[in-house]
Design a protein around this ligand. Structure first.
Ligand SMILES: C[S@@+](CC[C@H](N)C(=O)[O-])C[C@H]1O[C@@H](n2cnc3c(N)ncnc32)[C@H](O)[C@@H]1O
Length: 180
């Protein structure tokens, strides 16, 4: 199942609703760990891999340190970040994506594409206003393309996607970071 939200409380409720104790969770955009803490409290036997590229995330996430939490301070748009996580786990039950509710929907969709096609989650929960607005506004042709999983059926067999070139064109800050 794929769930969309904009309100952060709704995002957390959706994750709580779909997660079972023992599930493997990848959380993209954990910030200072407010959702992570809820997950740790509710799913004691779950393995959680949380990622964020901001300095304030590192400071706060390191304080949450425990055996079932793995925090990675990295840019989730990068192929090397995807591979770092793939070395640890090859699939997940829950993929939660919150890069900021108003963050570019195109970037969030691409992040969803590369992470969900790699880890094939049962459920993906995305917090993003633009994607939600698009979903609520679009009127489809009625053709029956639909996935019951947390990834799209149309790229089910595509394997791990390579670094997406458009990230460099569409998000200038990524390019400057890579050149550092
Ligand atoms: C709104 S906050 C997330 C809040 C958090 N999910 C919660 O429930 O409290 C968005 C986070 O996404 C992170 N972020 C945005 N783009 C990112 C990227 N390309 N790679 C990693 N983290 C990113 C930001 O650093 C920020 O901490």
């Amino acid at each position: 199942m794929i769930k969309l939200s904009y309100d952060v409380m709704e995002y957390r409720l959706q994750i709580l609703d779909l997660t079972k104790n023992g599930d493997t969770i990848i959380e993209l955009g954990c910030h200072i760990g407010n959702t992570t803490k809820i997950l740790l409290d509710n799913f004691k036997d779950s393995k959680i891999i949380s990622l964020d590229n901001s300095p304030e995330a590192s400071k706060n996430m390191n304080k949450l340190s425990c055996d079932n939490l793995d925090f990675i301070n990295a840019d989730v748009r990068l192929h090397e970040t995807l591979l770092e996580v793939f070395k640890k786990i090859q699939n997940c039950d829950i993929l939660a994506i919150d890069l900021g509710g108003g963050y570019h929907p195109d970037t969030v969709f691409k992040v969803f594409y590369i992470w969900s096609s790699t880890f094939k989650p049962k459920h993906t929960i995305i917090r993003n206003r633009g994607i939600l607005e698009f979903y609520n506004s679009a009127d489809g042709s009625g053709e029956k393309y639909k996935s019951c999983e947390g990834y799209l059926d149309s790229y089910h067999d595509s394997g791990i996607p390579p670094q997406i070139k458009e990230f460099e064109l569409w998000t200038p800050s990524l390019k400057s970071k890579q050149n550092l």
